[in-house]
Ligand binder design. Sequence first.
Ligand code: SF4
Ligand code: SF4
Length: 434
Amino acid sequence: MSGWRTSGSSDPVFRGAVMKKTIEEINRKIAQKTAVVCTAAELKQRIARGETITAADVDVVTTGTFGVMSGTLAVLHIPVAPPGTFRKAEKVWLNGVPAIPGPCPNEGLGSVDVIVYGTAHASPTYGGGHLFRDLVEGNAVQVEVESDGKRFCHSVTLAEIPHARIITTRSAFKNYLAVVNTGSDPVKTIFAAEDLSGPYTGATVSGCGDINPVQNDPDLNVIGVGTRVLLNGGTGYITGTGTRATKEKPNIAAVADMKRMVPAMMGGFVTSAGPECTTSVAIPIPVLDDAILRNLRVTNNQIPLPVADVRDRVPFASATYADVWDGTDPVISFSRESCLQCDPCAAQAACPAGAIEPVQGINPARCVNCGTCVQTCAGNACTGTTGALMFDGRRVPIILRQSDRARALQLCEDLKNQILDGRFVLIEKTEDLL
Ligand code: SF4
Ligand code: SF4
């Protein structure tokens, strides 16, 4: 990255005079194509190499996260039939996924307003998250409406839906959780692709570690209400903190138009307790002063990863995100030469993202690098080091990653490029989040 400078004070990493920039100044530099923008991973690599970096050297650092986020829903207004065809929708399904009609009844209009939960289920392998991705991919979706004892069906694409927004009720938690089973009986859970066995036979983890947005602005000094973000790859806005947010463990709520979203940055994820929803968030951190830059120094080994039992989710130990992301493989690989062509393919059956296709192997557009296939492959075709959690003198292998750091890195890169070429400008927050 060109344009980085060194200066001359005694702090080995952050030297130079205290300075303060404004978002307006940064936006001017973005317009003039002179802004210095880097991803959180690039910044940390340069600091790790011993480079001296001050707030004068970088204007924006892009952060991101991708993973299973249950608190995601869609608000849709869908034309179904000519006006007057039915009085009002009492029940609605989209590709079999139950939707909640209203709150506006649209009486006599032949259209429906619905709310669809990302966690709603049509079947054990298809849910709201799959539906959202189908819509964003441009696939036709079957709408069924029940009204006064009659059924009305219609096929619709996102292009024909005038209003389609995704809302997150909580996303991008600051250091999330690792989950283990401390008992002997397997547990059906949203935290595992297959029933989670025990005691301590495997851990499932969530969170992208030191590139997670909130981890890089832990007190939410710069991220606020109105901050422009990428939600599922499309431009969106932060609306506030989400449910269960606390000062110690905040998260954010956001909204964005589905028509701007990118299919690979969202989707469905099948767990042993049914389908869940994957969501992504990328947030630019404007480097207004050295205090903000100091927070951006955080590394995986400094971020605690609370470990909880799957039954009560109360943390009883702590590892760190270094166990998850340092020295492990963010991308899971496939070797055709090593594939035994089993019938059926155990890895394909267990894949929570439907990403394994016979003969072709792993489809990178769908794979979320969770590692399940590494555990289940009968041969040695699916490979990747997913690490182990170290706590209380134990070493518990990580059997499932519910967050995809490789995709989050790609999101950071995408956001960086959008800022560099002037497609994405920063906005001043209108209110503090906490
Ligand atoms: S890592 Fe394997 S199991 Fe997980 S999504 Fe990718 S192909 Fe499927
Ligand atoms: S289980 Fe592994 S080795 Fe067997 S077909 Fe599937 S990918 Fe190939």
